[in-house]
Write a protein of this length. Structure first.
Lengths: 124, 337
């Protein structure tokens, strides 16, 4: 697992640099939340919303592959912006707990204005 | 009764909140509020969206089409003195004029000077709970400055003699925040609001020189830790159960503000429905904002709280002698597994 996280961080940073130029991924981690969600998150510096929108498909596929390599099967993938700005500061992929399926991912609108949804698995 | 509902700021969220209000038949939801533009000034709470005047106008028009009023919250507790400079005066007066032109119905402010600046505009001037109006005397001061409505300090939510005295002292409307879960008499309250006021203003042309790169939100972390160690503090917080709103109506207070504009859209919709229906079954912490993360650690059975309002209505607020909330905590709160 440790090697996969390290490799995932490096790969994400490398691919983002190829796509949009100088981007820094200072930290990547696998997390488990109190509510029951688990996931993969990568902190970002230098990336902006318009670049994510342009390369959404490629970035989403890349995040899915990295997530799979660390054992996460994401039901939602999103970018979090610095509130009120265009700076993207985190990519998160998440397997959702029952509560967050309804509350966080259950709205048609993004759950919060600082969240940019890249992919969401349809809930039944 | 009227409910004032939080709106995170993005148009898609407003549409979904309104759709829920209409499909669920929540006719007493009369108003939404959202943060103003952080490019102009900060706010007492987290601001997740940078809303422009054109966007405010579009959203206000949409709210009006659905019989909802729009209130813009610009309630920093500290402006670092910039509001009293000529540059600040020009910026803030022109911003208020732009909000008025956009059709906004009301503006919520904490700064007394802004209450005076707003009195010449037709928008409703709402004094924020961050102005800490906790007595008839302070309410009278703000009314004299030009307040149309006062959102009362949440610390007096369970102090019925003071609430009643305020209703008698002023003629302006009064509003109560129902689901703020802050610590009762929180020692961090002023400092935390000041911190947010500066952090959220870091894009303001006037205040950006004060932008801060903090290592942690000390007040938030302490607040959570205090309650994890002493869960009775959760029960002591001045939230109001949906079932107990009638006690406030009996005092003549019938405007209820739901807090939580930094939460997810569906969280807001759930709160809106529970309060509008005056009924909720389950973990009360699912409705409580500031902080909402305690619901992952604790379960507070709302039904078991039936009748506790009778004690709180007459409570002398001397916890060390009373200990009612400590006993109640043992009955209604458990640690989630």
């Amino acid at each position: 697992m440790k090697e996969e996280i390290v490799e995932g961080r490096k790969r994400l940073e490398g691919e983002l640099r190829k796509l949009v130029g100088n981007v820094f991924v200072p930290e990547a981690k696998v997390f488990g939340m109190a509510c029951g969600c688990i996931g993969f998150a990568a902190d970002l510096r230098g990336l902006q919303v318009d670049a994510v929108e342009v390369f959404m498909e490629k970035i989403t596929a890349l995040l899915e592959e990295i997530s799979a390599s660390v054992g996460v099967k994401p039901e939602i993938i999103y970018a979090r912006k610095l509130p009120g700005s265009e700076e993207v500061v985190v990519f998160t992929t998440r397997e959702l707990c029952e509560r967050c399926k309804k509350e966080f991912a259950g709205s048609k609108a993004p759950p919060r204005p600082d969240i940019l949804i890249l992919k969401k698995k349809r809930q039944r | 009764m009227r409910f004032i509902v939080p709106h995170p700021g993005h148009f898609a969220a407003l549409k979904e909140i309104i759709e829920a209000k209409e499909t669920k038949g929540l006719g007493e939801v009369k108003e939404v509020y959202m943060a103003g533009s952080p490019e102009v000034m900060g706010s007492g709470r987290a601001t997740l969206h940078s809303v422009r005047i054109a966007d405010i106008k579009e959203q206000t028009d949409y709210a009006h089409q659905h019989d909802l009023k729009m209130n813009i919250v610009v309630n920093p507790s500290c402006l670092g003195g910039y509001h009293l400079t000529l540059q600040g005066y020009k910026l803030f007066t022109s911003y208020f004029e732009e909000l008025n032109k956009a059709g906004v119905d009301g503006v919520t402010v904490a700064e007394p000077y802004f209450v005076e600046l707003l009195r010449d505009l037709p928008m409703e001037t709402v004094v924020s709970c961050i102005a800490h109006v906790d007595s008839p005397q302070r309410a009278e001061f703000f009314e004299a400055l030009g307040a149309d409505t006062i959102a009362l300090d949440t610390n007096i939510n369970r102090n019925f003699p003071v609430l009643e005295a305020i209703t008698k002292a002023v003629r302006c409307d009064l509003k109560i925040l129902v689901n703020e879960g802050c610590l009762y008499k929180c020692p961090f309250r002023h400092a935390h609001f000041n911190l947010f006021s500066h952090i959220t203003a870091n894009r303001s042309t006037l205040m950006k020189s004060q932008s801060t790169n903090i290592f942690s939100d000390y007040y938030f972390d302490k607040c959570i830790s205090i309650r994890v160690r002493d869960p009775a503090q959760i029960i002591r917080s001045p939230w109001i159960r949906p079932e107990d709103l009638k006690e406030y109506e009996a005092l003549g207070i019938d405007s209820f503000k739901i807090t939580g504009r930094a939460n997810a859209v569906n969280w807001i919709i759930n709160c809106m429905e529970a309060y509008a229906r005056r009924s909720f079954t389950g973990n009360l912490l699912d409705l409580i904002d500031c902080p909402s993360e305690l619901r992952y650690t604790f379960h507070v059975d709302n039904e078991l709280l039936d009748g506790s309002i009778k004690q709180w209505k007459t409570c002398k607020k001397i916890c060390d002698e009373c200990r009612y909330c400590d006993g109640l905590t043992g009955k209604v709160l458990r640690v989630s597994k």
